[in-house]
Design a protein. Structure first.
Length: 85
């Protein structure tokens, strides 16, 4: 059974991400994959990012965060607020 949910563009200006980004719920975490790499997750209402990787992946991360009610204004803000400490 496929449990990927392809990320739609509700906030991004692109028409779609062409299946390049998807979410998967695993245990108590909602994970975001960009090009099959785990790039961000939300656990217990807190966002965490593993890195920004590329301009396109940042777009995926911003969309993911915004769709989940989490502030996502700029790459700098995202890294500062949700990056690895």
């Amino acid at each position: 059974m496929e449990d990927k949910n392809y990320l739609k563009t509700n906030y991004d200006s692109k028409k779609s991400f062409g299946g390049k980004a998807y979410t998967k719920e695993e245990r108590r975490r909602l994970n975001l994959y960009s090009y099959s790499t785990l790039v961000a997750y939300i656990e217990d209402g807190q966002a965490h990012i593993n890195g920004t990787y590329s301009v396109t992946t940042v777009r995926h991360i911003k969309e993911f965060l915004k769709q989940n009610g989490i502030k996502a204004e700029s790459t700098k803000q995202i890294v500062k607020d949700y990056g690895k400490k």
